[in-house]
Design a protein around this ligand. Structure first.
Ligand code: HEC
Length: 273
């Protein structure tokens, strides 16, 4: 008896389209919801980067301003070990003039030597020098930052998921009150975009932290966008050359395919079939 009633109810349910759709939705959402508990990935603030896409290039102005932000703010704690001063004048980068690069390098103090007396000495930087690190070693860096190590920024954009948007979100993500129940430890700062939502780096940027010479307003958002562009270039300095080459290769292949097609048609046109 009970089975008969169940079958009848199911039949009526499926006859009505609405019920069937609802049922399907319920089943689908149940299937969908199961794995969510495993890991929730936080959404970053998406920006419209000039260097995205197959024709994307770095915004020259943003690169130059971003270098200024790195030099005046981030370089106090973060090294950029893979870059040399001369890279700043190369094509596809900030493209400072060679004179400007000489002046930028000369501001740095480079440890060199030994001299004839066997002593190490400091001298002004040259364009061929690598960017000078703020600390002589990791231990000194940790000691100065409450035990936390400020990572080298050369490849940071590549080393993080959705690097550019992540770094932008991290830079602009300070200042919020932590949600109830979240306790921020001593010496840490609340930032929802960092793993664990607390980071040892204090908010590095504040309004007008640098003075731009091209009229761009030094808001936290603008400075963040600029320094991200600069670090994106640092992590892939040959991106523009790579994209131009890729485009040329595609064009070559398209023309070659056209020529082969025409040749094949011509050759076979004399064969009767
Ligand atoms: C006062 C020193 C200081 C300054 C200035 C500073 N940082 Fe940091 N930064 C740190 C420390 C310390 C950490 C390590 C944080 C941790 O592990 O909790 C860090 C971590 C980072 C990270 C790594 C985040 C991750 O996902 O691991 C990035 C990226 C970063 N900083 C970018 C910047 C940029 C860009 C600037 C300049 C706008 C800057 N920092 C300025 C001290 C600094």
């Amino acid at each position: 008896m009970g089975v008969k009633i169940m079958i009848r109810t199911l039949k009526t349910m499926f006859r009505s389209k609405i019920t069937a759709t609802t049922l399907a939705l319920v089943i689908l959402s149940a299937v969908n919801l199961t794995p969510v508990s495993a890991k929730v990935e936080i959404e970053f603030e998406k920006q419209d980067w000039s260097f995205n896409g197959i024709f994307g290039t770095y915004d020259r102005g943003a690169l130059q301003r971003g270098f200024q932000v790195y030099k005046e703010v981030c370089a106090a704690c973060h090294s950029l070990n893979l870059a040399s001063y001369r890279n700043l004048s190369q094509a596809g980068g900030p493209e400072f003039s060679e004179e400007q690069v000489k002046a930028i390098a000369a501001e740095a103090e480079v440890r060199d030597g030994p001299n004839d007396d066997g002593e190490m000495f400091d001298r002004p930087g040259r364009p061929s020098d690598k960017f000078v690190s703020p600390y002589p070693n990791d231990e000194a860096a940790r000691a100065a930052n409450g035990g936390a190590l400020p990572p080298d920024l050369s490849l940071i954009i590549k080393a993080r998921r959705d690097g550019a948007n992540y770094l932008y979100s991290l830079m602009t993500g300070y200042g919020e009150e932590p949600p109830a129940g979240v306790e921020v430890r001593d010496g840490m700062n609340y930032n929802p975009f960092f793993t664990g939502a607390q980071i040892a780096m204090p908010a590095p940027l504040s309004e007008e932290a640098v003075e731009y010479s091209d009229g761009t307003k030094p808001t936290v958002e603008n400075m963040s966008r600029d320094v991200v562009t600069f670090l994106a270039w640092a992590s892939e300095p040959h991106m523009e050359a790579r994209k131009t080459m890729g485009f040329k290769v595609l064009l070559y292949l398209i023309i070659l395919a056209g020529l082969l097609y025409a040749t094949t048609r011509k050759l076979w046109s004399r064969v009767k079939h």
